[in-house]
Design a protein around this ligand. Structure first.
Ligand code: ATP
Ligand code: MG
Length: 361
């Protein structure tokens, strides 16, 4: 069987450069690599509602924003199926059955859920739907028999949980589900890009993002205000690279060729880092360089977005068509799951026959 990708994003805001380096850039490469039989990209609106129940309008508005970000980054509906989670009711059914395969204490131990509960101040009032979203994520992945899930590092515990559910299901019932592999970014900085405030993760919910759709002026303002090394006060002071967000972003975005174009005094990032650590290199110069690198990366994305923004009904049409296609695939898996679980009463002639025999007919 060919390899299949499933991945996605929550429509809780426009997509940011953390998504780009953590997953989006890779997805486009994989989509175009020809190595995958199918690519499914999901807008996880039902998951977004689990912690935005007071805010349905936010989720609703951001569906088209996320879709525009996808298209402008190069996800191509002719090669990838772009769909909306809530439009596939089969995913809810799978989730419900998988719930029997997971314990409450296992969910409580999930480190991503733990830190997200903390981040959202949910401690005493966790919605059950939010608490169980790793199970629903397992349904999303397995419904498409995904072999490969390209995501950022925060998703590792989710994929592990999915793998456990698959193993349990296949051993209790029948070999129906496929155990997915996670595909993390190669570069450490891309696994979990920090926010512009230096916080551990750039996240829509934390408001510390550079969005793919930000204007060049907005990006420049954010870059110039970015968190660096608080001990680097005078230009002549030696500076630190670790925990210095500007350098982390350079690790994620910059290539040697950028130096030729924007900072020819250095030939690569190692030289720039060494100078900063020695002292004598000011933050403003490094930030200006980062801004040029980001601008070069984001400009073509912005330009493509402008084109797609001209025909919003077409974006919805793409999502509708993708959702219909995705639903067919999920329905097929659900039917296999129900067969394996023996809850296929009306299509099981053997069952009807043996029950009849029991009553002597
Ligand atoms: P929310 O705050 O609503 O959870 P988010 O910014 O965390 O939003 P998600 O939609 O949860 O975004 O994540 C979508 C994908 O992007 C996941 O694969 C996730 O690992 C990846 N991702 C999100 N933020 C980052 C980041 N800062 N660095 C690398 N990858 C990221
Ligand atoms: Mg998230």
């Amino acid at each position: 069987m060919g390899k299949i990708i499933l991945t996605g994003d929550r429509p809780t805001g426009r997509l940011h450069v953390g998504h780009y380096v953590g997953s989006l850039r890779r997805r486009v490469e994989l989509q175009n690599s020809g190595q995958f039989e199918k690519v499914f990209i999901m807008i996880a609106d039902a998951q977004a509602l689990t912690d935005n129940i007071e805010n349905p309008e936010k989720v609703r508005q951001n569906i088209v924003e996320v879709a525009l970000d996808y298209l402008s980054c190069g996800l191509d509906p002719a090669k990838s199926t772009l769909f909306i989670q809530s439009q596939i009711p089969e995913l809810c059914e799978l989730t419900f059955y998988y719930m029997d395969l997971v314990t409450v204490s296992r969910l409580q131990r999930n480190p991503t859920v733990k830190s997200e509960i903390q981040m959202r101040n949910f401690e005493a009032s966790i919605p059950v739907g939010f608490f169980t979203y790793p199970i629903s994520q397992a349904a999303d992945i397995t419904a498409f028999k995904a072999t490969t899930v390209p995501v950022g590092e925060d998703q590792l515990p989710m994929i592990e949980q999915t793998r456990e559910i698959v193993r349990k299901f296949n051993s209790v019932y029948d070999e129906v589900l496929v155990e997915p592999e996670v595909l993390l970014p190669e570069n450490q900085a891309c696994m979990r890009l920090p926010g512009i405030d230096g916080k551990a993760k750039m996240s829509k919910s934390l408001g510390n993002c550079i969005y793919l759709s930000d204007t060049a002026e907005e990006v420049k303002k954010k870059v110039m205000g970015m968190y660096t090394d608080p001990t680097h006060i005078q230009v002549s002071d030696p500076g630190h690279i670790e925990g210095n967000t500007v350098f982390t972003y350079l690790d994620a975005f910059c290539k040697d060729e950028h130096f030729e174009r924007y900072l020819p005094d250095y030939s690569n990032l190692d030289e720039l880092k060494a100078h900063y650590q020695r002292g004598g290199l000011g933050d403003v110069k490094v930030k200006r360089f980062l801004n040029s690198v980001l601008d070069e990366t984001l400009e073509p994305i912005r330009a493509r977005r402008k084109e797609f923004e001209k025909d919003i009904p077409e974006v919805y049409r793409i999502l509708k068509e993708g959702s219909e296609k995705a639903r067919e695939v999920a329905a097929q898996t659900l039917s296999e799951v129900k067969d394996a679980m023996k809850i296929n009463y009306f299509s099981d002639e053997e069952l009807i026959r043996t029950q009849s025999e029991k009553y002597g007919k």
